[in-house]
Design a protein around this ligand. Sequence first.
Ligand code: CA
Length: 237
Amino acid sequence: MGDLRMTHILIVEDEEKLAALERDYLLKEGYDVSVQLEGTGAVDSILAHRPDLVILDLMLPGEDGLCICRRVREHSDVPIIMVTARVEEIDRLLGLELGADDYLCKPFSPRELVLRVRAILRRGKTAAGAQPTLSHGDLSLDRERFVCTRQGRSVELTPVEFRLLESLMARPGRVLSRQQLMDVAYEDHRVVSDRTIDSHMRNLRHKLGDIAGRQEGQGGDTDTLIRSVYGVGYALE
Ligand code: CA
């Protein structure tokens, strides 16, 4: 029923021309769009009107994007795309862990904005429509209670390990590249090296009692749960 309502996007941006350009592109995509030209009142507006997504400029008259993002996150999980004029600012913003869902650096093409918006909204939909529990052999993953069990025993996983295992379990047998795994492990597009993924995988296999996690390349494949594909990535057997 809720799907009949148009997807509502709120743009908080003080550059009027840019705001109008963003609005026009998003309207063309079929979204319902509103624009707020200053920071003051943005938090109230977001909490009152509950948009489906917010595009939030960092430098704003009145309250800035940082404060707005922080204050909104205390009350709401609405997806936020943070926009900044300086690429080097993005690292600092990531470090602050504001809870923004994505970052865009000005100048960006309206096309790029539309793609990011679509990706985030799609992600929200899949997450909402996904099965609460994934099972594979004696392994099970409860996404709502954030619990992993193998052979009936619970396995303590970190959030990153949980997301990695979740994406492997969602596509059993399929090889996921390190890049794909990095994307799911770090939704904020943080730049990490391939080795980081390898070390998370090693820990994950170890915790799951996966033979391959203890003795890389030895002991045959019978007990291997997560298979490492040399030079490519990983797959769930
Ligand atoms: Ca601005």
